[in-house]
Design a protein. Sequence first.
Length: 235
Amino acid sequence: MTLLAFFIKGATGFGTALVMVPIFSVVVGVRDAIVISSILDTIAGTILFFRDPLHDSRKFWIPMAAGMVLGSIVGGLVLKLVPIESFKFALGLVVAALGLWFLFRKNGNNKTLPELPPERATAADISVSTFSGLCGGLFGISGPPIVYWLGSRLAKTAFRSTLVAVFLFGGIARLTTYTATGLLGLRSLSISAVALPGLLVGLFLGNHLFVHINERWFSRLIGVILIASSIRLLI
């Protein structure tokens, strides 16, 4: 299960929570599942970040990472106080719509997307990233808003590299918040340690797929992941 989660992460830059949170929720509960997913996702993000650094695009991804951090902190604090079930259904509908867009509409558009990120982040970039962080802190799923935003503007290499950088700092912010609120404990750390071999193998295999998949099938893969995420939120 961990291998599959990080195969998806290695192939797309996101999607860890899709596999991990539903299964871990049955065993350890929703909140602990979100914390464990965040621990492992941060480890994987660190590995991918140093493998594909974005040194020449700091003015683009650093402001977005800052927005992700802010949203993650707020979402992590709200998670401690608010029943998250009341938000899940609406988010699930939105995620399903985004998945369908990636499967069909984007594939019908033959324009060439840029291989490199923009030089600077706009206010819209930062706003979307902040909202994604909020979703990540609450549900363990940061992907859908920022995946749509970047996926409609960037080719796969720039898309994955930017997601990895932004999600890494969002993950660090979530873990810091979970620690401060008492949600991160020894059990979460122990389970995460046991899952590390699956993480490493999954990342290796997912990165191999990423190198060989073309843009159209990359878009379809993202669509499938988002639709599967929506099912997890809707049921």
